[in-house]
Design a protein around this ligand. Structure first.
Ligand code: PMP
Length: 450
């Protein structure tokens, strides 16, 4: 084979070449088939090779792919904005289009800071976030991310705000009720606000369900309701990072809808265009946009590819496809089935400490000792071994390690396309079981598992 000049995730490793995809399956050039058990990066939510999207893409490309947003708007962009306003809760009616989840969270961060400036609060510019969170990799987004492993090399350069504990029910203090735990975690926000003074806090950002840094960790009921109360009390905006949870993934239009809470800003990405083209958005309420419109009238954000008609047409076609095939409802229904099957696995296999999730966003946490919940050190690479074994057997799953303390803890995300059938879920579970059982055996042979 020709020498490669492409920088890959793991330098020196060779990757198979993808050939094509159909539904939940991806195929490599050697003819091997893989179940896409994590929709790539929780992205390909309508499955691969959907003709309607290819047609929408082609139709837009034939008329116009790119027209700069400072010169033109377009039907595709306006219709997408209107569709998202229909989908989003409350008065979250406004979308600023970007190309990645990192740009979306960073744009939300900037809009929040600008909002307070326009209102005359020049010092309200810090963002509070949580440990065990992931909001993206650009410096602004990484500053908000509480993903210890990803931050490590850049800490001195980050524009860090305070970080509070995430709600992590599996590892809550022994004997504490979920209700009390939800309040204790949410109340950390109040403590953090008071420590630096509400006059310095622009916003609080959180993922409704913790994704890449924890493995589908679902907060207890009451948590986000209390967060909303605290934000209102201290005039702090609440940003929901829906990059992973948004557009039906959890069985509701947006993850935060499970708790009936309305954010002031929302970041979207991934499932918004389901991997067919890069597309993401920062959404804001009427109040925020009207305030900025009355003030400077200029949003201090934007990238070359912001609001390009090509990506908008694709995203619009994806949203219409989700509606037409009732994929939000299907995510709830089949996601519940997936979770029940994962819980069966957790009962059977000693390696699985917990199976959890919401809708079609599920996770498994692996432990050394099921009783004490003792984690494996990251250095033992348990997650990497399971992912590799699954890959060899034709199943793709997504790692969610290193987020909490960068030292220990193993988790994976299981989040297939929302289109998956129950038979396909059974097929996925069979491969997953074989993969985990095989790694379990290996760990016992190395005396790493008790
Ligand atoms: N927020 C969340 C919740 C995410 O899961 C991700 C991606 N894993 C991002 C932001 C960043 O998105 P992107 O990789 O598209 O920049």
């Amino acid at each position: 084979m020709q020498r490669s000049y492409v920088i890959k995730p793991e330098l020196g490793k060779s990757y198979p070449f993808v050939s094509h995809g159909k539904g939940i399956y991806l195929y490599d050039k050697e003819g091997n088939r893989y179940i896409d058990g994590c929709s790539g990066a929780v992205t390909a939510s309508i499955g691969h090779g959907v003709e309607e999207i290819a047609e929408a893409m082609y139709a837009q490309a034939r008329s116009v792919s790119f027209a700069y947003r400072s010169h033109f708007s377009s039907d595709a962009v306006e219709e997408l904005g209107a569709k998202l306003a229909e989908w989003a809760p409350g008065s979250l009616n406004w979308s600023f289009f970007v190309s990645s989840g990192s740009e979306a969270t960073e744009t939300a961060q900037k809009i929040a800071i600008q909002y307070w400036q326009e209102k005359g609060y020049a010092t309200k510019n810090r963002i509070i976030s949580r440990w065990m969170s992931y909001h993206g990799i650009t410096m602004g987004a990484l500053s908000m991310s509480g993903h210890v492993l990803r931050r490590k090399r850049f800490v001195p350069l980050l524009a860090d705000g305070p970080k509070i504990s995430p709600p992590y029910p599996y590892r809550r203090p022994e004997g504490m009720s979920l209700e009390a735990y939800a309040l204790a975690c949410a109340n950390e926000l109040e403590t953090a606000i008071l420590r630096i003074g509400p006059e310095h806090v622009a916003a609080f950002i959180a993922e409704p369900v913790i994704g890449a840094s924890g493995g589908a960790v679902v907060p207890p009921d009451g948590y986000f309701q209390r967060i909303r109360e605290i934000c209102d009390k201290y005039q702090v905006l609440f940003i929901a990072d829906e990059v992973m949870t948004g557009v039906g993934r959890t069985g509701k239009p947006f993850g935060i809808d499970h708790w009936g809470v309305q954010p002031d800003l929302m970041a979207l990405g991934k499932g918004m265009s389901a991997g067919y083209t890069p597309m993401a958005a920062a959404m804001a309420t009427d109040d925020i946009i009207e305030t900025i419109a009355r003030g400077s009238g200029l949003i201090m954000a934007g990238h070359t590819y912001s609001a390009n008609p090509q990506s908008a047409a694709v995203s619009l076609a994806v949203l219409r496809y989700v509606e037409k095939h009732q994929l939000v409802e299907k995510a709830a229904e089949r996601g519940a089935y997936l979770l029940s099957r994962l819980r069966e696995l957790a009962d059977e296999l000693p390696l699985i400490g917990e199976a959890r999730g919401l809708g079609m966003l599920c996770g498994l946490e692996f432990v050394k000792d099921k009783k004490t919940r003792e984690p494996f050190p990251l250095a033992q690479g348990v997650t990497a071994r399971i992912i590799k074994r699954a890959f060899e057997k034709g199943l793709l799953i997504y790692p969610a390690t290193g987020g909490l303390d960068g030292v220990a803890g193993d988790a994976v995300i299981i989040a297939p396309p929302l289109t998956i059938t129950t038979e396909e879920i059974d097929e996925l579970i069979a491969l997953l079981k074989e993969s985990i059982a095989s790694v379990e055996q290996e760990l016992r042979q190395e005396a790493l598992l008790v």
